[in-house]
Design a protein. Structure first.
Length: 130
C-alpha cells in the first residue's frame, strides 16, 4: 500500500498488509476490508468490541457470507491451532484447549495422533460456533 494513493476506477481499493488482511484507507483512517464490507451490509456494530471473523479462516475471502460478528473469544476459537505439544520431560504429547480464557488440560498421550484427537474432540465440545 502506498500512503496517499488514490484508487483508480475499476481497480481494487487498498492493499494487503503483512499480516494477510486487506486494508482500505477512508478519510485518512485505515480499516480492514472485511470490517468495511460487514459495515456496508449490516451497519457498524453498536458494540465496537465485537470482531468481524472469517468463518473459513481465509483472510482474503471477504464475501459477506463468509463474515460473522463475534466476540474476541469466539474469534480465537476459530483458529488453526494443533492443540498439543511435546512434553520432553515426560516423553509424551500434552493436549490442551482454551475455554473462556483458561487452558483446560486434556491429558498426555503417547502419539501426536492421540493428542490431536483429544484436542479435536474438545474443540467440538467447547468451541461451538453459532
Amino acid at each position: 500500500m502506498t500512503k496517499g494513493s488514490k484508487a483508480a476506477k475499476g481497480r481494487v481499493a487498498g492493499g494487503r498488509g503483512q499480516n494477510g488482511y486487506f486494508y482500505i484507507r477512508v478519510d485518512y483512517v485505515l480499516y480492514t476490508r472485511h470490517r468495511l464490507i460487514w459495515a456496508y451490509h449490516n451497519g457498524w456494530p453498536e458494540d465496537r468490541t465485537l470482531e468481524v471473523d472469517h468463518v473459513n479462516r481465509e483472510k482474503g475471502d471477504d464475501r459477506i457470507e463468509n463474515l460473522r460478528l463475534v466476540t474476541a473469544g469466539k474469534n480465537q476459537e476459530n483458529n488453526n491451532a494443533k492443540g498439543y505439544c511435546y512434553d520432553r520431560n515426560r516423553d509424551k504429547y500434552k493436549a490442551g484447549i482454551k475455554v473462556n480464557g483458561k487452558t483446560v488440560n486434556l491429558g498426555r498421550f503417547d502419539t501426536q495422533e492421540e493428542a490431536r484427537a483429544a484436542y479435536i474432540a474438545a474443540k467440538l465440545k467447547y468451541h461451538t460456533h453459532g
